[in-house]
Ligand binder design. Structure first.
Ligand SMILES: [Ca+2]
Length: 500
């Protein structure tokens, strides 16, 4: 009987809230009191279209929501812009915060829109600066810390308080979803602030940006070693086709996907031109450059592996890192943060000369490398990691390395309780590529955290020109999708997740 009464009261409260919500939303501008935070504005937004103020793409088909703009300043040098979008009639009772790629520097309006469409009270932050490189960091150490980890934590704390103030109740669950730089934020939250979120998605986590920068800039060093070293688009296609030819069938099925690239030891030396051969072959300097891109990068003084290289199947994306000019995100790390010196030339970068210094300056501001997730998991925290095998920006094996470190630290049972890793064959950096790359990890995460259903196979879809051309299960590491032997190889139901 009590539950029926409580249910009626809750229904009444929600109905009343929807009617009063626009006025309630506007009043937050003066009534909402948050630590170290100014409520810049609070306005109801009617359903339909929202045009972001900074030139980002218009967002359509939105429900009515309350748009709260916060300026958070935990230090005198801080200026953390954060928006919280609160669905007025369609709230699902949950809070979702979203991450940013690269150096952040802008509110993620598309992700905010996606969140409120699905019913979440959704938050995004610019992490304390505007602009897409790290020049903000020069002379602003507190802003660097805001970017490194403090802004996302503040977004979690102030965002949840905003939810509580608007709906008069705390969210039932709080989630974080980020990819690339956002995946680094995901790791940072799970490691540093285990109370902020109930469960977290980390896509292509760039959790060790400083070490990876040596690898990524090492790739462009390799393709500029000599004038003959450069790999043109047709060379990348040549290498890609040879890698696919050798590695595709190794996983037991010829399907233009390499399900376990690490198991295929492809050597681009097979493409080296022989005795005056021209055309579809590589020069010796090109072979050397390609080998370096596939290789792990190590500290020659100690033999320590900094990070793995690229995997067979990723070659068509190499022109983003081994291009004419260095990858802006990674060169900005050295030019604006670590040295800083705007004239710093990537050709001068050396592990022996610069690694210790760079790690020292990083000092954990960027590096989210702690494998001790016990505080997070012991309060029910769940971490779902995914990474495309054809990622060119962040070596995919890094995600496996981290998973294994957690296993070493917490044991297999505890790790499986709180962490799941999905390697995605053929997918590039946070998407794209030539494999099934559409999947709904947020729903998977919710089933896990809220219903206790540990994720197994995750349904993934591949489209070409809007049409579904293939479905395939993604499998929790170390399992891979294996063909059952009958039926279409383009349909997920004909595959089973099993150990390779
Ligand atoms: Ca295959």
């Amino acid at each position: 009987m009590r539950s029926v009464v409580a249910g009626c009261a809750a229904l009444f409260a929600v109905t009343t809230h929807a009617q009063d919500a626009p006025a309630m939303c506007a009043s937050l501008a003066t009534s909402l009191k948050l630590n170290d935070t100014i409520v810049t504005s609070s306005n109801p937004v009617t359903s339909g279209q929202f045009m972001p103020p900074d030139g980002q793409a218009s967002q359509e088909d939105l429900p009515a929501f309350c748009r709260v703009e916060l300026t958070i300043a935990p230090t005198a040098d801080s200026n953390i812009k954060t928006e919280v979008w609160l669905p007025i009639a369609s709230w699902n009772g949950k809070f979702l915060a979203v991450g940013n790629g690269a150096w952040a520097g802008s509110i993620q309006y598309r992700a905010l829109a996606n969140g409120v469409r699905r019913g979440y009270a959704t938050a995004s932050t610019d992490t304390g600066h505007t602009g897409s490189d790290a020049s903000f960091a020069i002379g602003n150490p507190e802003k660097l810390i805001d970017f490194g980890y403090r802004a996302v934590h503040q977004m979690a704390v102030q965002g949840k308080a905003t939810v509580d103030a608007f709906y008069s109740t705390a969210p039932d669950y709080s989630y974080f979803d980020g990819c690339s730089g956002g995946g680094r934020m995901s790791f940072m939250e799970a490691q540093r602030y285990p109370d902020d979120f109930d469960a977290i998605i980390a896509g292509a986590p760039g959790y060790d940006r400083t070490d990876v920068a040596f690898q990524t800039l090492g790739m462009i060093q390799a393709t500029h070693e000599t004038p003959e070293s450069f790999l043109e688009r047709e060379d990348l296609e040549l290498i890609h086709n040879a890698a696919m030819q050798m590695c595709d069938a190794r996983d037991g099925l010829e399907d233009r996907l390499i399900s376990d690239p690490v198991a295929c030891d492809f050597d681009p030396g097979v493409l080296q031109c022989k005795n005056g051969e021209m055309g579809a072959c590589l020069s010796e300097p090109q072979v050397t450059a390609a080998r370096k891109i596939y290789s792990t990068i190590t500290d020659p003084r100690t033999g320590e592996v900094l990070t793995a290289g690229m995997e067979p199947g990723s070659e068509l994306f190499w022109e983003r890192v081994a291009a004419r000019e260095p990858h802006q995100m990674y060169i900005s790390l050295f030019q604006h943060v670590l040295f800083p010196d705007e004239d710093f030339d990537y050709r001068d970068l050396s592990v022996v000369e610069h690694l210790d210094y760079a790690r020292d300056v990083d000092g954990g501001v960027f590096a989210a490398t702690s494998a001790d997730l016990e505080p997070f998991i012991s309060r029910g925290g769940r971490l779902l990691i995914y990474h495309g095998w054809a990622d060119q920006n962040i070596p995919p094996v890094g995600s496996i390395d981290y998973y294994e470190q957690v296993v070493d630290t917490l044991g297999k049972t505890r790790t499986e309780e709180g962490v799941r890793l999905y390697m995605v064959p053929g997918m590039g950096h946070c998407g794209g590529g030539h494999g099934p790359n559409e999947f709904d990890m947020l729903s998977v995460l919710e089933q896990w955290r809220e219903k206790g259903q540990r994720p197994e196979a995750v349904h993934a879809t591949q489209r070409e020109n809007g049409r579904i051309v293939r479905t395939r299960p993604l499998c929790p590491y170390p399992q891979v999708a294996q063909y059952n032997g009958t039926g279409s190889i383009d349909e997920a139901e004909n595959f089973t997740c099993a150990a390779p």
